[in-house]
Ligand binder design. Structure first.
Ligand SMILES: [Cu+2]
Length: 100
């Protein structure tokens, strides 16, 4: 019985440690104008490429508005890296608005 409690306690402790957010940077939201999207699949490709950037926390891509709304950690990445990711996927992007 004592062993079970000990194992339980250990897993809770482990969960507590690993559950803590490792990044402590400021989260910034930007809107990028995305060029070259010709169909709904492009939207997914752009979203996937931006999501793959380390430090990006949230991505919403609108095919209709031809824009991407990105939330990212300013310590881990920047707009330039995000734009590069979009370029690597074969699309164009430039900063539209900056803000929270
Ligand atoms: Cu397409």
């Amino acid at each position: 019985m004592k062993k079970i409690i000990l194992i339980l306690l250990a897993s809770v402790t482990l969960l507590f440690i690993t559950g803590q957010p490792l990044k402590a940077g400021e989260v910034k939201t930007v809107k990028l104008e995305v060029t070259g999207m010709t169909c709904g699949l492009c939207t997914k490709a752009v979203k996937r490429s931006i999501s793959s950037v380390e430090g990006v926390e949230k991505v919403e891509v609108s095919y209709k508005k031809k824009e991407a709304r990105v939330e990212y950690d300013t310590v881990e990445t920047n707009v330039k890296e995000i734009i590069n990711a979009v370029s690597n996927a074969g699309y164009g992007a430039h900063l539209k608005t900056e803000g929270q």
